[in-house]
Design a binder for this molecule. Structure first.
Ligand SMILES: C[S@@+](CC[C@H](N)C(=O)[O-])C[C@H]1O[C@@H](n2cnc3c(N)ncnc32)[C@H](O)[C@@H]1O
Length: 287
């Protein structure tokens, strides 16, 4: 379980929560527990949620005090909060996307750098894997997914290449898909600082896990469980997610934005943890 901990914008995010002794906080995306442990260290009591049972099991083994762990989707955040006595809280944090652990474990199929099954489900109970998606969805739909959620300029040729490859053989592994995308980049002589498959993998992951939909369902519920003066802190890694958060902060009548422009990682943090490069932190307060 190496690298379980690389929490992005750890200090800035937890500072944003304004943690007070013995008050209640929800970490909606527990992951490796970096944010949770920092809140506990500052005296808060935490309800930590993750849809990935491996994250919850990992944290349970630590036997931390003042921590309640729940393996569920944060799209049910209000009912989870009520069930566990966290129906009025001082702060809620979302650190969206995929954890370092999920990326590092080849068998989870999130990483184009590791040979593994093309899975990408954060929760193994989810009905569709990334492999099901690339092998069964219509070519046009695959194109739309890669374009919309990956903002990939070569979305058509990549969808085309996937469609041709799967006629010969089912695409089962991360490296097979990474290879197909890399070939398209080579053919179009497209240079990229990131691995050619970065955007395609991100797009598939977002769809397999219904990431934008879950966030859309969760955000309005947070206002109902926050106390007056309570803080909502969101770290996103994708421009569509950030746009969703920004719009919600603006439209929610009972929220006021704390930082007008989002906070990003410093150069040092990006160097230590490249995953942080696209992170944006937004903080709002319930009025
Ligand atoms: C970026 S990691 C969180 C890292 C964590 N803050 C830390 O300090 O280690 C995101 C986590 O959120 C979880 N997650 C993503 N979407 C979720 C959802 N809809 N409901 C619950 N957990 C979710 C993922 O399984 C992953 O473990």
């Amino acid at each position: 379980m190496k690298n379980f901990h690389q929490s992005v914008l750890l200090k800035e995010a937890v500072d944003g929560l304004n943690v007070k002794q013995d008050r209640l906080y929800i970490d909606a995306t527990a992951g490796g527990g970096g944010h949770t442990e920092e809140i506990l260290k500052r005296g808060g009591k935490v309800l930590a949620i993750d849809r990935d049972s491996e994250a919850i099991d990992y944290l349970r083994e630590k036997r931390l005090e003042n921590l309640t762990l729940v393996n569920d989707n944060f799209s049910h955040i209000k009912s989870i909060a009520v069930k566990f006595g966290f129906e009025k809280v001082e702060g809620i944090i979302f650190d969206l996307g995929v954890s370092s652990h999920q990326l590092d474990e080849a068998k989870r199929g999130f990483s184009f750098q590791k040979e593994g099954p093309l899975d990408m489900r954060m929760d193994p109970a989810l009905p569709i894997t990334a492999s099901d998606l690339v092998n069964n969805f219509e070519k046009r739909r695959i194109h739309e997914i890669i374009k919309d959620f990956g903002q990939e300029k070569l979305s058509w040729p990549i969808a085309d290449a996937i469609s041709s490859a799967r006629q010969l053989k089912r695409i089962n592994s991360t490296s097979e898909l990474a290879q197909i995308v890399s070939e398209v980049y080579r053919k179009y002589r497209r240079k990229s600082k990131l691995h050619p498959a970065t955007k395609t993998f991100q797009a598939l992951r977002i769809v397999v896990n219904s990431e934008l939909l879950n966030l859309e369902e969760a955000l309005p519920q947070t206002v109902e469980i926050l106390k007056k003066g309570g803080r909502l802190v969101v770290i996103s890694f994708h421009s569509l997610e950030d746009a969703q958060v920004k719009r919600f902060f603006k439209q929610a009548a009972r929220l006021k934005t704390v930082n007008k422009t989002p906070i990003g990682p410093g150069a040092g943090e990006i160097q230590k943890n490249p995953r942080s490069r696209s992170a944006k932190l937004r903080i709002a307060e319930k009025i």
